[in-house]
Structure formats: C-alpha cells, structure tokens
Ligand binder design. Structure first.
Ligand SMILES: C[S@@+](CC[C@H](N)C(=O)[O-])C[C@H]1O[C@@H](n2cnc3c(N)ncnc32)[C@H](O)[C@@H]1O
Length: 419
C-alpha cells in the first residue's frame, strides 16, 4: 500500500476498496493492522526516513526502502515485539524481486533500530510533509500555526459520531465509552470496528468528524423545508438534513459513492430523493429553501485521516477544483428560493477554496447576505468565526481533545424579494 501511494500515485482509500488490491485477501483484523501500518508510516514518513538515513551510505531500491519504512513503523508505532517486526520485514524483503541480496541489510538495520528503541525514535526530528503544503500553511496561517497544523496531522485522529436527533447523548456516551464534545458530537479515542459498535445496526448515529457536523447547523431551522444537498456522497450531511426533518434532494456525480448515501439513509431509517448527475448540467425545475454546497476540494482538512494526500496532491491540481467550486456555487445560488439559506463549505485548509471563493462570489452577488453562526451556537468558539461571518475550523483546534478536521463553511441568505 505504501508503494502504491509513493510509487504509483494511488490513494489508500482506492487501494483499500479495490477487490484486487493489496488488502483483498486479508481477514478484518489483518486489514485493520495493514491499514494502521500504512497510515502510521505515511504520517511519520519524514521521521522514519531521517532515522533510516543514519544506517545507509547509499539508499536501497524503493521497494526495499518501503519495506524498511513499514518495519520502523511496526517497531516504533505499532509496538510489535522486535523479533516479530524484524523477522517479517526480512521475509518480505527477501520475497521482493531481487530482494534476497537485501535480506541481511534488513536484518541488521532492524536489529539496530530495535536496539535504539524509543530513545532513538524520540531523538529523531519529525520532518515536514512534501514541499508545497508546509509552505502554503505557513504562508496562510503563520509559522507557529502552520507547524501546529502539521503536528495535528501526525496524531492518530479519534472517531466522531453524530447522534440522530432525539437520541440521548448521555446514555450513548456511556454505552460507547465516548466523550460528549462541546458541539454535541460523540468522540471515541479507540473505536475498534465501527460496525460492531452499539447503535450501528439501529442507525442511532453515523460517523462524521465533529467539524464536518457544523456546516449543516448554519442552515438554521430545517423541519419541513425543501433542501438540496448538491455534493452529497458519502452522505454525512444528507443524513443530518434528513434527520432534521428537511425534505432532501441529494445529488452527486458518482453513482458508486451515491450507493453509500442510500445505504446510510436506509441504516438510519431516513429518506431522501437521490439524483446521480453532474450538478453543472442538472436542471431541478424548482427552487429550494436550503441549499448545501459541500464542494469537491483538495481535502487538505482531512490529512490526519488521509495521510497519503500530501504525497499525491500537487499545487497544480488546485486550478480545476477552484473553477468547479465557483461554478457549483453560482448554479446553486440560482436554485435557492428567495429568503432561503445557502451554505458553502469545503474540507480544505486553503483559503483559496474557502474564504476567497466566498469573497469572489459576494463581489459578484452583492445581494447575498452573510449569516454568521448564531451567537451562543453550542460549542462554536467565537474565535472560529472570521470577520466576514465564515467559520474557519483547523486541525490544531481543540488540541487537548484530539483536534478536528479542517473546514471552511459560510452561510448566505437570499433576500426575500430577489434583488
Ligand atoms: C466533499 S465530497 C462531499 C461529502 C458529503 N457532503 C458528506 O458530507 O458526506 C464532494 C462530492 O462532490 C461530488 N462531485 C464532484 N464533482 C461534482 C459535480 N460536478 N456535480 C455533482 N457532484 C460532484 C463528488 O463525487 C464527492 O462525492
């Protein structure tokens, strides 16, 4: 999986879902262990490489190096006993094409890393992720906040759940061993297999990062309203809209991903009309009182859950996404009924995909009136709200609680009599 990301440019999610992929033949506990090792290795790749660099004059070929990287993660992060971690690395190196000649090296390096133990790990500095991201974060948020965000990306994220309205947080928190967050989400530090948790089968909750649960709240009262979820899959926000009593139309470009929305709705006993279409060519023939545009983006706000992203996304990928976001926002505005609210959001840390998109839209639509989060909205800290009324959420917020995904969300109201 690591070589799939680094050498072949495939996401972990794509490799995980692939029926012919590296995890296909593994039993669930082995899959979980493999995924844990792949994500851990990528989260700490700078440090792992710095540590390994001390043992080589000339780097071994990439497949061997990837195997040694995973071995270091196995020793230092997974806490696998040294003989087991080193033996399996040696076996796997030997099985690589032309790997036999590197088996002795793997064994020697493994033993020395194991001897160095935690002291060696702690003495090795964490490196930055590949180039552009660290630079962009420092440029946007300043050196200190940029470094805090990168630190947050290296921590293993907790699992957050959104409870269906009407489910009592106290008893569920007790049943799941969860913390109730100030915004109402439940947080589990060590969740294990999600589908085995209490309440999964009955649809009492769904998995959704605490930050991702906030944009829908900006839409205000939803009961009985016609709501459009323009980029709906896999459906976390569709579920929120439906559970709040809205009459939901959920649209997404991807039929594959839309199947997940339907599954999630069924599991939670909720309903929505689902449409598979490109929002740029779609014609609803009616207007909606609430519209959510959770636009496709760089997903830089979710790096702590997807540590492969910094190795795959390039700065040049951003241009087409920015154009798509602007197009979706402009279309969605046309479909909003007078007096209705639209929320634009992206799980991005780059203001180009958040604050700047909103500013450009407002310059072209002076009639759009910003609606900041209601004062005293539960758990929303005043410092998360920017001068324009948008919500800027960052992974380094709530450090003592385990952080949150990065997000930008802003709400706009259309005048009751269209300007
Ligand atoms: C950030 S994800 C949405 C996450 C979702 N709202 C949730 O809360 O689970 C963006 C979605 O936009 C969809 N998408 C991308 N381009 C689109 C287009 N032109 N029209 C409609 N959907 C699009 C993608 O398939 C993807 O599922």
């Amino acid at each position: 999986m690591l070589s799939g990301v680094l050498a072949r440019g495939r996401t972990l999610a794509d490799q995980t879902a692939d029926p012919g992929g590296p995890l296909a033949r593994l039993a669930p506990p082995e899959r979980a262990r493999a995924q844990g090792l792949a994500t851990g290795t990528l989260r700490h790749l700078g440090r792992i490489d710095a540590l390994l660099a001390g043992f080589f004059r000339r780097l071994p070929p990439a497949p061997v190096r990837d195997q040694l990287r995973v071995m270091v993660a196995d020793l230092m992060l997974a806490g696998t006993p040294p003989h087991a971690a080193v033996d399996s690395a040696v076996r796997l190196v030997r099985a690589l094409p032309r790997g036999r000649q590197f088996a002795g090296l793997a064994n020697a390096v493994g033993r020395r890393v194991a001897e160095g133990g935690t002291a060696l790990w702690e003495a090795t500095p964490e490196g930055d992720p590949p180039g552009w991201l660290a630079e962009a974060l420092a440029a946007e948020y300043g050196e200190a906040a940029g470094a805090a965000i990168l630190r947050a990306h290296r921590a293993e994220p907790p699992l957050d759940l959104t409870l269906k309205p009407g489910e009592a947080p106290g008893p569920w928190a007790a049943a799941l061993g969860a913390e109730i967050l100030p915004t109402g989400s439940l947080r589990l530090a060590r969740p294990g297999q999600v589908s085995r948790l209490a309440g999964y089968d009955t649809g009492a909750w769904w998995v959704q990062d605490a930050a991702a649960a906030l944009p829908v709240r900006l839409l205000g009262e939803l009961a009985g309203r016609a709501a459009l979820d323009l980029c709906a899959a896999p459906g976390g926000k569709t579920l929120q809209l439906a559970a709040a009593g809205a009459r939901v139309t959920a649209l997404d470009l991807s039929a594959f991903r839309m199947a997940r929305v339907a599954e999630n709705l069924a599991r939670c006993g909720l309903a929505a009309e689902t449409v598979v279409a490109d929002a740029r060519d779609w014609h609803p023939g009616r207007r909606f009182e609430a519209v959510l545009v959770d636009a496709p983006c760089s997903a830089t706000g979710t790096i702590r859950r997807h540590p492969d992203l910094p190795f795959l996304r390039k700065r040049r990928d951003l241009g087409p996404l920015l154009a798509l976001q602007a197009a979706l926002l402009a279309r969605a505005w046309d479909w909003l009924a007078p007096g209705g609210r639209l929320v634009f959001c992206t799980c991005s840390l780059l203001p180009a995909e958040g604050e700047a998109q909103l500013a450009a839209f407002r310059a072209a639509h002076p009639e759009a009136e910003p609606v900041p989060p209601a004062p005293g909205s539960p758990g929303i800290a005043p410092e998360w709200i920017d001068a324009k009324g948008g919500l800027r959420l960052r992974p380094d917020f709530w450090p003592e609680r385990g952080g949150m995904d990065g997000f930008y969300a802003a709400c706009l109201r259309k005048p009751a009599i269209a300007a």
